[in-house]
Write a protein that binds this ligand. Structure first.
Ligand code: ARG
Length: 464
């Protein structure tokens, strides 16, 4: 008679069993089982609405809700193993419900389709995860700000093209990342208004003739808005794309920070000593201490970018409305959520414990003629046009390079040969701290500027 497909909620019109290979190929429960809590929460509210609207009787609804709560417990305790033949977590829960309460369980899916149910679960899930990501960003920002306070007066060379450019405070450096992360945080927060929209009630693609109350459902589930077009609702995945894009940008930022820690911990730089607890050794070279955690953050950025591209390609060219391709959204989403949250945590841990070799940094800050711009600005103050000053100082640098001496070690007479307007007061200008604290324009690296911004951050993160 009828085979396994009868077991399936949609088995009615089928006369052949689903091919075993097709079952394996089409199932998604191995991954969407993660949505079980959201699925049950959504189903309970849906059921309450059906009762309120008189679409199902309250004794029926009570039974369904009771059983749904039991199923939640069963899943939590590992007593309920989803069956891949039932494709996804949604049909697994429904089948278990009917198994528990009998045919009345079949009333739960009234005025609902898996198409709106899946998006509901994803939206409920994602809004919580966005909040968790934002917390993770806050935590990392806090770690950076604590270290910035500690290193307000530590100096290091600032780089452009990875060549010594101008000296900066270490606090300024670390706060640059705090600012970067703040834009990431804002992007996630902003995305919430598009995630937090209630899709339930869209049905398969066109709404339902039954007298449902979408506003009540939305309110009960804490959604400030209801989606206004059923077709758009079931085919929209841009709320996930947006999350994946925001996550990819954040991961790219983390990978830049990670790369810096890798480079800075090499003996060639020797700016930091990474904590042993965040490094690993080599199975062959006994002397090795490798910055694997930073390398993996850098490496896992590939996944985050890949997940974004993967879903973009899935959605590209899909006609309205729901298409099964959309089932492919989940792995990308879950993987990025996990990767991003973990990366934020390990980066925070690493910055909390990293040892900054400030003496080495300061020594290097003086190398590479990082005070050359200060000399040019000094000449500008004496009335020399900046372009001429630039040329003179360039010549003086070439001369000093030849002598293998820094600018500040050149005797005044020698400097005067190239820059005649230089006076004794030039030596003060050429001092490292003078250069750093001279850059007091808004957003500059001078102590007053950095300290002011640091205070703003300390205040903002106080209650984070
Ligand atoms: N497993 C599917 C998914 O996650 C559920 C939706 C199925 N809808 C359908 N009409 N086949 O996308």
């Amino acid at each position: 008679m009828q085979g396994r497909s009868l077991k399936k909620p949609w088995g009615g019109r089928f006369s052949q069993e689903t091919d075993g290979l097709v079952e394996v190929f089409t199932q998604s429960v191995h991954c969407d089982v993660r949505l079980y809590k959201e699925d049950i929460k959504g189903s309970i509210v849906h059921c309450e609405m059906l009762m309120r609207q008189g679409i199902i009787r309250s004794e029926e609804g009570d039974k369904i809700i009771q059983a749904l709560l039991e199923i939640e417990r069963e899943i939590e305790e590992g007593a309920f193993i989803p069956d891949p033949a039932l494709e996804d977590i949604h049909m697994n829960i429904e089948a278990r419900l009917i198994e528990k309460v009998g045919p009345v369980g079949g009333k739960l899916h009234t005025a609902r389709s898996r198409n709106d149910q899946v998006v509901l679960d994803e939206r409920l899930y994602l809004r919580e995860e966005v909040r968790a990501v934002v917390e993770g960003i806050r935590h990392l920002q806090k770690s950076l700000v604590v270290r910035a306070r500690e290193h307000l007066d530590s100096l290091l060379p600032g780089f452009t093209h990875l060549q010594h450019a101008q000296p900066v405070r270490l606090a300024f450096y670390l706060l640059a990342y705090v600012e970067m992360l703040e834009r990431d945080r804002e992007r996630f927060m902003d995305s919430l208004k598009r995630v937090n929209v209630c899709p339930l009630g869209a049905g398969a693609l066109a709404g339902t003739p039954l007298p449902i109350d979408r506003d009540w459902v939305a309110k009960k589930l804490g959604f400030p808005r209801v989606s206004p077009n059923a077709m758009d609702t079931v085919s929209d995945r841009d709320f996930i794309l947006e999350f994946l894009a925001n996550a990819a940008i954040t991961m790219i930022h983390l990978s830049r920070m990670a790369e810096e820690l890798v480079v800075w911990s090499s003996p060639e730089f020797s700016f930091v000593e990474l904590p042993d607890s965040y490094c690993t050794g080599s199975s062959i070279m006994p002397q090795k201490k490798n910055p694997d955690v930073a390398e993996l953050v850098r490496g896992k950025t590939g996944r985050a970018v890949g997940n974004l591209v993967s879903l973009l390609v899935v959605v590209k060219g899909l006609p309205l409305a729901y298409n099964r391709d959309l089932q492919e959204d989940k792995e990308a989403l879950f993987d990025t959520v996990d990767t991003l949250k973990m990366s934020l945590r390990v980066m925070a841990g690493m910055y909390e414990k990293v040892y900054f070799k400030v003496q080495e940094m300061e020594k290097r800050a003086k190398e590479g003629f990082t005070n050359a711009t200060d000399l040019a600005d000094y000449l500008v103050k004496k009335g020399v046009p900046f372009r001429d000053a630039h040329k003179m100082v360039g010549e003086l640098v070439a001369y000093a390079l030849d002598k293998e001496e820094p600018l500040e070690d050149l005797p005044l007479e020698e400097m005067k040969m190239v820059c005649p307007m230089v006076e004794e007061d030039v030596y003060e200008i050429l001092e490292l701290r003078h250069g750093v604290d001279g850059r007091g324009s808004y957003g500059g690296t001078a102590k007053n500027q950095v300290e002011e911004r640091l205070e703003v951050w300390e205040e903002q993160l106080k209650n984070a």
